[in-house]
Write a protein that binds this ligand. Structure first.
Ligand code: NCD
Ligand code: ZN
Length: 353
């Protein structure tokens, strides 16, 4: 990594995105270039409809992604298996050993977008956890309880206490990524856990707290799951991301939903952050005086956790203000995505050369 404070220029190892929603079909073709032009690899979430739960489905989905990558761009999608109550240990082990599945994703049933077929009770898939622990296959967790009696802002902390702690008592060697953490509780938990436990942190949870959703009106663009929390949680996340601790690494959770799907009486959860993600993280690290730690967070700790080689290519960021467009167009004018930071000025730009 090379930082030139005078020129306002940073060259860093090419980053990877360890948590990404690429969707499928036309939408995937539209959003993929935003990620593939910056990130070398990405962990692709399996919450399609129907979910990616078999080796064949993952192989076919990967092929569709690969055939949509713009010419001349090197990008590797890393596929994940969607866990259900009926997941088979044998299929997961085969898929992992063949290099089709890099990890498996646990969605508690009804916790988020397309999670209806997720796991209704963790005890239902004990044998799957046992296999994953034995073969070293990472378990990626959407860490929220779904009990409607638990306040939505407490669901992550409740998950850690009620589900994650007992899971790790039963399977102490299981490799776990607690995805898109949003609370000080999660930061503390991951920090005091063994090196088998890590967490991804999104750019949006570093920038916004829960007020963003209610700023002068109901703002669906800032609604995502887990939902943004109070300010002290955001500050704890910023400290964790910029701490230089290897258990915290980049995962955008970029989750595109067309505007009409977000702006409805029951709007979808998800923030589309892919187009300006690395710039958004750079802004945070700059504000925290930690630009020297951006590279390890964005380009090294994740690969080390997953046991993958570090990227040898690099990207250059320049301190040059630019306005983020209000919309990210899709095929028709009435149909578009709103990128995270829409209408705001970001201070870091990715250099084209
Ligand atoms: C994600 C989506 O839309 O697929 N939404 C979100 O708010 N993050 C699912 C998820 O990661 O929870
Ligand atoms: Zn996600």
């Amino acid at each position: 990594m090379n930082i030139d404070p005078e020129l306002g220029k940073i060259t860093l190892r090419q980053p990877d995105d360890w948590h990404l929603h690429l969707r499928d079909g036309e939408l995937m073709k539209h959003v993929l270039p935003a990620t593939a032009s910056i990130f070398r690899r990405a962990i692709v979430m399996p919450n399609l409809n129907p979910p990616i739960a078999s080796i064949q489905a993952a192989n076919e989905y990967r092929k569709r992604i690969l055939s949509s990558i713009p010419k001349g761009v090197s990008f590797t999608p890393l596929m994940t298996a969607y866990l259900t109550d009926n997941s088979s240990s044998a299929v997961l082990e085969k898929g992992y050993r063949e290099g089709v599945f890099v990890a498996a994703k646990l969605y508690p049933a009804n916790s988020t977008t397309n999670s209806e077929e997720g796991v209704s009770d963790l005890r239902n898939i004990d044998s799957v956890f046992e296999t994953m622990e034995r073969i070293g296959m990472p378990l990626l967790i959407h860490g929220e309880v779904t009990d409607t009696e638990i306040d939505i802002f407490d669901r992550e902390a409740a998950f850690i206490e009620r589900c994650l702690v007992p899971l790790l008592v039963s399977f102490p060697e299981l490799k776990v990524v607690l995805e898109h953490i949003t609370t000080e509780d999660a930061v503390q938990f991951v920090k005091q856990s063994s090196s088998k436990i890590a967490a991804t942190i999104t750019a949006h949870h570093l920038h916004i707290n829960r007020n963003a959703m209610f700023n002068g009106g109901l703002r669906s663009d800032f609604y995502c799951l887990p939902v943004a929390k109070r300010e002290h949680h955001r500050l704890a996340l910023r400290k964790a991301a910029t701490s230089g601790l290897p258990c915290f690494f980049l995962g955008t959770d970029s989750a595109p939903h067309e505007r009409r799907m977000k702006e409805s009486s029951c709007g979808c959860a998800g923030i589309f952050s892919a187009p300006f993600a690395i710039q958004s993280y750079a802004e945070v690290f700059d504000q925290e005086g930690a630009l020297d730690r951006l590279e390890s967070f964005s380009s090294e700790f994740g690969a080390i956790f997953y046991g993958m080689p570090l990227n040898q290519s690099s990207i250059t960021l320049i301190k040059k203000p630019h306005l983020v467009p209000d919309v990210y167009p899709l095929k028709s004018e009435s149909n578009f995505l709103v990128p995270f930071h829409a209408g705001e000025t970001l201070n870091w730009t990715v250099s084209e050369q």
